[in-house]
Design a protein around this ligand. Structure first.
Ligand code: MLT
Length: 199
């Protein structure tokens, strides 16, 4: 997968996953704001939709191609494993930071691959799927940043997502941001505070 890797000075690795139409440069500043000492592994989604990069196919807005989601989720997981060997970062200290489509594939990993990542910051996520029994992630901590008036990732889905993840992960924090689909600087500071306590 096309990506950027930057070595940091602590043992954590932030796996940055952009939104639809973005690329591997989009979340670099956000990564730096959350932990400017962590390694950065920022990945470009390999699916194209009308010239826009995505991490998996969708049939139409909000309706995902579940077969493709499954395949791309496994591909991303394998990519993290290989990158950890190639760059020598600690595989057990990978924290995903995903926005929108990137949050959705991170959530998909949490749903279907046991202990794939040790943390996830899901920025404006949706329910990736409803057709499988979730795996149990022993030590994974999840932060969901949901927009109170987000029309792309509706608040009900954020609540549903938190309810699915809660019994299956070590911690799930659902934070309501007075915002739409766009991120705010203030929420990044709330995320940073949570992150510094947990990782
Ligand atoms: C998705 O397709 O993953 C969601 O609709 C969010 C987005 O627009 O990227």
């Amino acid at each position: 997968m096309i990506h950027i890797y930057k070595k940091g000075i602590n043992e954590n690795t932030l796996l940055l996953l952009h939104g639809t139409g973005g690329d591997e440069t989009d979340l670099l500043e956000i990564g730096k704001t959350i932990d400017n000492e962590a390694n950065i592994l920022s990945v470009r989604g390999s699916v194209q939709e009308g010239g826009m990069n995505r991490f998996f196919r969708r049939l139409r807005p909000g309706v995902f191609d579940l077969e493709d989601l499954d395949k791309r989720t496994k591909e991303l997981y394998e990519f993290i494993n290989e990158a950890s060997k190639k760059y020598g970062f600690e595989r057990k200290k990978v924290i995903a930071v995903g926005y929108s489509n990137g949050a959705n594939i991170a959530a998909s990993m949490l749903f279907s691959i046991k202990n794939a990542i040790s943390g996830a910051v899901l920025l404006r996520p949706m329910m990736p799927r409803r057709d499988i029994e979730l795996v149990k992630n022993d030590n994974t901590r999840v932060f969901i940043a949901a927009g109170t008036h987000d029309s792309i990732c509706p608040p009900e889905e954020s609540k549903e997502l938190a309810a699915y993840l809660e019994p299956k992960n070590k911690e799930v924090k659902l934070e309501w941001i007075n915002a739409d689909h766009r991120l705010t600087y203030d929420e990044l500071l709330v995320i940073k505070e949570w992150y510094l306590q947990k990782f």
